[in-house]
Design a protein around this ligand. Sequence first.
Ligand code: HEC
Length: 104
Amino acid sequence: MAAAYAVVFLLHVSTAMAQQAPAAGENLNGETLFATTCGWCHADGGREAGKGPKLANSQRSDEFIVQRIKHGKQGAMPAFENAYNDAQIAEIIKYIRDLKDDPG
Ligand code: HEC
């Protein structure tokens, strides 16, 4: 089920990428995107709780995270719908999934 969903998600992402060819110079590096816009709330690159919760090892689905990035949460987290396209959001999620939990 989760695997099937992941395939659907990847198909969706690659379709989105094909539709929105990145403009020249568009930042598609999940790590720098995260560092510049998420890192001041999600501390240590998302490995620790700051103003926002720790994101490393998140049990949330990709869909949940996409929705949270796009729409934010009132009074807690800004919406990034107008800041990032689907390809950039996919890169940020890839970055979050690759985070290693920091046991310290
Ligand atoms: C102004 C501070 C702030 C910024 C900037 C911010 N967040 Fe958040 N984020 C929060 C807070 C606070 C929460 C907790 C909201 C709640 O109460 O559920 C949150 C929740 C989340 C969650 C849900 C975590 C969970 O398991 O419930 C995700 C995923 C997330 N943020 C990702 C991001 C990403 C990716 C970015 C950058 C594009 C970002 N955030 C930028 C403050 C921020």
